[in-house]
Unconditional design. Structure first.
Length: 337
């Protein structure tokens, strides 16, 4: 009898450790789907944080706007006009929005003309609650591919990856000397990006652990790895074969075949998957948006139709674009025992 009780106690202890490490089992499901105000122009990949969506829309020939949409109120606000018509992607985290832009286009901010003249850019931050703008002083004003999280901005500058501390106003380079790094994304303790060397045309996935101050190369196989993203624990990217999901806590990876353009938050990865699964199916096919709970590997469909711009996810809200309209779906997460 004592042995049975002892065994039950051991099992309970192991289960408790598993729940602590991986969280209690849960079910994730789509609750609803609704359209946000039309952008009246093709958007580049929008991003969501809490109640706000930021997007850059191609409003007119050689002109773009940075716009904010309040999800609960369904209201759209234009916060910046991009006069030179260069395609960019903005990023948002909480009360702060950031995008590459010419600071001399903002009243009260002074920009400098770089070697590329009118195409030279700095970085612009916008505080939603106060409506104020801020342009950090960079070593050069050609920042691209910005991403913000927790008061830190990761950005590409001269094919290197840098980290800017908004509160302290200081920057530091975090990538190595390889000449081709691009597309940084930041969340939690990790910055991720794609990069390649002089002797390869295939991009690999890199990560920088902020707390440890070290760069990691996560892939080395001879295929092109695109658009890595992270939620601070999981890192996702896609290749021609599909999406890969990497767990930073145990360095394990699993694949989601025939899936593309992933984003991840709180252990839920969202992506597009072609409606057809035949041999001719590619990432250019019409693709609905799907989600997967990483812990259970359960897949569920999110969008009722197809999307032409990849999804993003934050705090149980998923967004994607169809035409010039951003759609939003809210997810429910229920803990099961």
């Amino acid at each position: 009898m004592k042995r049975i009780v002892l065994c039950l106690l051991c099992v309970s202890f192991v289960l408790a450790l598993a729940l602590a490490a991986f969280g209690a089992p849960r079910t994730v499901a789509k609750v609803n789907e609704f359209a946000l105000p039309s952008l009246s122009g093709q958007p580049y990949r929008p991003r969501i944080s809490g109640d706000w969506v930021v997007a850059v829309r191609n409003y007119a020939k050689r002109a773009e706007n940075v716009v904010l949409i309040n999800v609960p109120a369904r209201k759209l606000y234009t916060i910046f006009d991009i006069a030179d018509g260069t395609s960019i992607i903005a990023s948002i985290d909480g009360d702060l929005v950031v995008w590459p832009g010419k600071s001399d286009q903002v009243p009260g901010l002074r920009g400098t003309r770089g070697k590329r003249g009118q195409w030279a850019r700095s970085m612009i931050l916008y505080e939603i609650s106060t409506g104020s703008y801020y342009a950090p002083e960079l070593s050069t004003n050609s920042a691209f591919s910005v991403s913000i999280s927790g008061g830190l901005v990761a950005y590409e500058l001269g094919s290197r990856i840098y980290l800017h501390d908004v509160a302290r106003g200081v920057q530091r380079r975090i990538s190595d000397n390889n000449p081709y790094h691009s597309g940084p994304e930041i969340s939690g303790d990790f910055v991720v990006w794609a990069g390649k060397t002089d002797d390869s045309d295939k991009r690999q996935v890199y990560a920088y652990q902020i707390s440890g101050g070290r760069q990691l190369q996560l892939t080395s196989d001879p295929v092109d790895h695109r658009s890595p993203m992270t939620d601070g624990r999981y890192i996702v990217w896609w290749t021609d074969a599909g999406v890969d999901v990497y767990d930073t806590t145990n360095t394990s990876t699993f694949a989601i075949p025939k899936a593309f353009f992933p984003a991840v938050d709180d252990g839920i990865v969202v992506y597009q998957r072609p409606e057809s699964s035949g041999p001719g199916c590619t990432c250019n096919s019409p693709m609905p948006v799907y989600g997967m709970d990483i812990a259970t590997r359960r897949e569920f469909r999110i969008s009722s139709g197809t999307a032409n711009v990849g999804p993003d996810i934050d705090a149980g809200r998923v967004i994607w674009c169809t035409g010039d309209t951003i759609y939003c779906s809210e997810l429910s997460t229920k803990t099961t025992r």
